[in-house]
Design a protein around this ligand. Structure first.
Ligand SMILES: Nc1ncnc2c1ncn2[C@@H]1O[C@H](COP(=O)(O)OP(=O)(O)O)[C@@H](O)[C@H]1O
Ligand SMILES: [Mg+2]
Length: 150
């Protein structure tokens, strides 16, 4: 799998990127989102939800690890920011969704164990003063959709 480097110049462009990937997402797709606070991960998931046909707004509520949204496919939005470590029981619950029929997007995915990374689409977000850089590695349908979206 190759890596595509994208320059995303606004929150709107970040949502467009997410939307484009959501539109071509299939059951079982996993998006692992890595990168620091403020890098645009939640903004990306807002677009992903739109692309999946979710009509309710996506936020990032405090003290919630996973939020579910109904769309063409169910979106599981996971945010591991508040966790120092992932207990085995929680990992088991997460894996039910990660390897289920919906689409999962995980913020702070670098905190997941390596067995979850295999076969997933990886997006690495980096902050630049006015923009964001996103490295995408995943299937060709995602690379194509991302290139067309920006
Ligand atoms: N490509 C972008 N360029 C500039 N600002 C962006 C971009 N993407 C997101 N932002 C802004 O950065 C801030 C943090 O975004 P957020 O998605 O909450 O980051 P994270 O979930 O990674 O902490 C928000 O104000 C958002 O509008
Ligand atoms: Mg966030």
């Amino acid at each position: 799998m190759s890596t595509l480097e994208l320059r995303v110049t606004s929150p709107e462009a970040m949502r467009n990127l997410g939307c484009a990937l959501g539109a071509v997402a299939q059951p079982g797709d996993r998006f692992l989102l890595e990168g620091p606070f403020g890098a645009g991960k939640t903004t990306f998931v807002q677009g992903l939800a739109v692309g999946l046909g979710v009509t309710s707004p996506v936020g990032s509520p405090s003290f919630v690890i996973e939020t579910q949204y109904r769309g063409r496919l169910t979106l599981y939005h996971v945010d591991l920011y508040r966790l120092d470590r992932i207990e085995p029981a929680l990992l088991e619950e997460l894996e039910e969704h990660l390897f289920g029929d919906g689409v999962t997007a995980v913020e702070w995915a670098e905190r997941l164990p390596p067995q979850v990374q295999e076969g997933a689409t990886l997006l690495r977000f980096d902050v630049e003063t006015e923009t964001r850089r996103v490295h995408l590695s995943g299937e060709e349908r995602f690379e194509r959709a991302a290139t067309d979206a920006l």
